[in-house]
Write a protein that binds this ligand. Structure first.
Ligand code: SF4
Length: 149
């Protein structure tokens, strides 16, 4: 599925959705915010309210209780919005596939996913590259900053 996110022109605010998993993808997403990777220099800000977000970052496998919650969060995000799936669990249920608590629906059957970032877990560099690519594809002008060493 593809969303029609074509009108994000300014700094993107991102709402992280963490479903059931080992939590390591979440750690890598948080690592993107540390001074070492400094995701905010690209204008990307993690927000705690889906109603303020331009994009949803989905990590972890969807469990049965997570499906209606992800649908509801997607409805709350103003449109157009981007959905970025992070990690093997979000892409294909990963090592949790077949577990009794896991939904039969992968993330992209519940909400339209724009960018898939594979890995178990993906490195912060890969998460940032995927996120920035999704933003550029949607029309956002991403500032290209070079940090001096
Ligand atoms: S993809 Fe790997 S690291 Fe990420 S939540 Fe799943 S098992 Fe953990």
């Amino acid at each position: 599925m593809k969303s029609a996110a074509k009108a994000l022109k300014k700094s993107a605010w991102v709402f992280p959705f963490f479903s059931g998993s080992c939590n390591n993808c979440n750690i890598e997403i948080l690592d993107c915010l540390t001074p070492r990777f400094d995701l905010e220099r690209f204008g990307v800000l993690l927000v705690g309210n889906a109603r303020h977000a331009d994009a949803i970052l989905v990590a972890g496998v969807l469990n049965k209780k997570g499906v209606p919650r992800l649908k509801r969060i997607y409805q709350q995000v103003p449109k157009p919005c981007l959905v970025i799936a992070v990690g093997a669990c979000a892409l294909s249920q990963g090592i949790f596939s077949g577990s009794y608590a896991i939904s039969e629906l992968p993330v992209d059957r519940v909400v339209p996913v724009d960018i898939y970032i594979p890995g178990c877990p993906p490195k912060p560099e890969a998460i940032m590259a995927g996120l920035l690519k999704a933003l550029e594809n949607s029309g956002t002008k991403v500032p290209r900053t070079v940090r001096k060493k």
